[in-house]
Write a protein that binds this ligand. Structure first.
Ligand code: NAD
Length: 370
């Protein structure tokens, strides 16, 4: 039997608790049927934490997150907290977790399930079988660089400044994540920047090239300018395996790639930090979608993005590839059988609730594990 893994659950707000509830059911199933047991602790984040603890994430919760083997987060935010001061906004809880856990690598897969090819705005043949991974640098670049700010000039007009800045270690550590991932996938990495017009892009290109030659010569490696990459992602996305890029370009390219797959309710993500002395890698898994206040509490939320985030956790934090595969194949089977929550519903499909989607997945898991 595998040893117990320490999980921290942060359901958050809106549909967060509903979609996380379905992961609980899969965990219970794994405990019984796969002999994989987790110790799950649950705490508050976002608006729920503001209401109960006076801050969007408490120090105690941050401590627990740092000590856990992995964290699964639902979603934060909602209209109830729109008027709270900036520093107390629900999203600040998520940002603090990312910062304190030093989660520098954001993994955003874009995977197109066969049953959902028609939900994509791209042609079926362009997205059918799509399976790419975008690795976005998450803690550096123009979103954090100094100097920054807005100043008033002597003539009364204003000037806004942000600074794109990267160092060798920042580039190398995120590139390492991409190369390591590629080794477990199709063994291809494309590094994306704007080295034609930005010095930080040129440094990015040179450092990733050096790292590739020194440590990953067997991985197929290429470069692409970010504007071309945006075009290629909607023209022929299947040419990519792993894309590694900076914070700003990654923000945009991962959203563009994601839409090739259809719906927000299907998109998982992982954010990873650096290994500590014991080899443990801080990790936060979460669906890409928000708290969906318009459908919260109505049993309409699609839990699959969160369940697929949990599958990523099994694969990347616990090396349980077989169990991750089981869940991903289960999701594929559920979709192929026509089960759909409202966000992915189409002609001929069966409209199901959040918990009915969970029921269907558990049935698919049971039949595959039997
Ligand atoms: P959203 O992702 O919550 O919702 C956008 C649309 O997609 C809504 O119509 C919603 O009903 C639908 N949707 C989203 N997830 C779904 C799911 N799993 N199943 C079915 N439908 C789904 O984005 P928004 O409306 O812009 O933001 C709502 C709140 O969420 C805001 O407070 C925002 O700040 C917050 N937010 C949080 C996160 C996060 O926690 N990581 C991310 C984005 C937005």
């Amino acid at each position: 039997m595998a040893s117990n893994k320490k999980l921290l659950f942060l359901p958050g707000d809106g549909i967060g608790p509903e979609v996380m509830g379905e992961v609980r059911r899969v965990i219970d199933w794994m405990d019984k049927r796969r002999a994989v047991t987790f110790d799950v602790e649950e705490r508050l984040v976002g608006g729920a934490a503001i209401d109960a603890e006076g801050a969007p994430v408490s120090d105690a919760t941050v401590d627990k997150a740092m000590a856990a083997d992995a964290v699964l987060l639902g979603a934060v935010g909602g209209p109830k907290w729109d008027e709270v001061p900036f520093e107390l906004k629900p999203e600040r809880g998520l940002l603090r977790l990312r910062k304190d856990m030093e989660l520098f690598a954001n993994l955003r897969p874009a995977l197109c399930f066969d049953a959902l090819v028609d939900a994509s705005s791209l042609k079926a043949e362009v997205v059918s079988g799509l399976d790419i991974m975008i690795v976005r640098e998450l803690t550096g670049g123009v979103y954090f660089g100094e100097p920054r700010g807005i100043e008033t000039l002597p003539d009364g007009t204003r000037r806004g400044v942000n600074t794109q800045v990267y160092t060798t270690p920042e580039i190398q550590r995120v590139a390492r994540v991409a190369f390591d991932l590629a080794r477990k996938r199709q063994n291809r990495v494309c590094s994306v920047e704007k080295s034609n017009v930005m010095e930080s892009g040129l440094l990015w290109r040179e450092e990733v090239t050096k790292l590739h030659a020194a440590e990953y010569p067997e991985v197929e490696f290429s470069h692409m300018l970010a504007d071309n990459c945006a075009m290629q992602l909607v023209r022929a996305p299947k040419q990519f395996d792993v894309i590694v890029t900076d914070n700003l370009f990654g923000d945009m390219l991962s959203d563009a790639a994601a839409m090739a797959t259809g719906s927000l309710g299907m998109l998982p993500s992982a954010s990873l930090g650096a290994a500590d002395a014991s080899g443990r890698i801080p990790a936060l898994y979460e669906p890409v979608h928000g708290s969906a206040p318009d459908i919260a509490g109505q049993g309409k939320a699609n839990p699959l993005a969160t369940l697929l985030s949990f599958a990523m956790m099994l694969r990347y934090s616990f090396d349980l590839a077989e169990d991750a595969d089981l869940i991903e194949k289960g999701v594929e089977a559920v979709l192929a059988a026509g089960h759909r929550t409202g966000d992915i519903a189409g002609p001929g499909s069966t409209l199901v609730s959040t918990s009915q989607m969970g029921d269907a997945l558990l049935a698919a898991l049971e039949s595959r594990a039997a």
